[in-house]
Design a protein around this ligand. Sequence first.
Ligand code: GUN
Ligand code: FE
Length: 425
Amino acid sequence: MTQLSFAIKGDICHSLAPRQLECVEGGCAVCEDGRSAGVFRALPEQYAGLPVLDCTGRLVLPGLVDLHVHASQFAYRGTGMDMELLDWLNACAFPEESRFADLDYAARAYGRFVEDVVRGPNTRACVFATAHVEATLLLMDMLEKSGLVTMVGKVSMDTSAPDGLREPDAPSAARAVRSWLEAAQGRYERTQPMLTPRFIPSCSDALLRELGAIQRESGLPVQSHLSENRGEVQLVRELCPWSAFYGAAYDEYGLFGGDGCDTVMAHCVLSEEPELELIRERGVYIAHCPASNMNVSSGIAPVRRFLDMGLRAGLGSDVAGGTLTSIFRAMADAIQVSKLRWRLVDESLPALTAPEAFWLGTAGGGALFGTGSFKPGMEFDAIVLDDSRYVPEPAGDLPTRLERTIYLSENRDIEHKFVRGLRLF
Ligand code: GUN
Ligand code: FE
């Protein structure tokens, strides 16, 4: 039987709040039936019978959470990075995604993606597949088998792209979603479907209405893109002149958070006050994707504002807008772009600190999944890292080691990985 109750002994760091790290050197993180029982200086009497994995001197961190990644774009990372978003979608993303009609190709491309994420520090992800039902199920089968815990979306897109790169019309796009959900029903324990209208310009009003109806029937979570890039926001204004702002167009169809509708919106680089207010009111999660925002010339999201407003927020790799899946990289990028924003755009919004970036990439995004820290009751995801390669003696205090890990760690430094209590390696 798989062992889901154990303790890990090592140098533990996790976030209690955006500005509050808890660090325990030589402590114990206890997992009971796949859930955290807490972090202790010494193993409490009541857990004395548990097996203990001795990782003395190693860092023990919560698994990282990627709130926004396109599995279908992994194969062509680093292509077209001199373009802006809308041109890049037409030139690179849509043609590549159309290849997933071929299941052999999908198996190879998704195989590489899954292998990469398993070896890296992320334990959870909200994943975009493509519009293809069969290939999306194949990706879900592969993710399920990997031990990662993910939410996966068959992409819905029935307009504003050439034939062959989009679904033919709203009724057939809605039928495809229903048949995908039927096939996924009861098939997975660690892989959940997520409704995925690509973005407002890709979806007709009729399709958004259908997706809203499916959301209300099923209670499934929703993911999409919001206020990412100037050209895109302008296009939405032209397509939906009736909508007060971009987010209100999703909201019109019941695809923007609220009770029973967990929602992740990627980017929010250009969201203005009324949109941010609605995001707060509806408890929508913002996936901040700094690498992508640089690569496709979207700008710098006001993350300090998100934190000050108490919005739900996490980090996304947005591969292949971003190039690397590791959310450590997204943490470093988030800090760096926040410094540029502070220096060049708005000196009233201070840059992110390392603990804040760490919170975003763990507990911030993890809240969607009920994980992201070792607080009692959280689902237990952990990575054990050997930082001795890049932190020579004396190693220094734990917050310093954590900061250096954000900037310097590589997959080869990860010794063990646990997801919902299951040890992947
Ligand atoms: N908006 C709609 N589709 C996409 C996509 O594939 N990547 C990014 N970054 N933005 C999008
Ligand atoms: Fe994206």
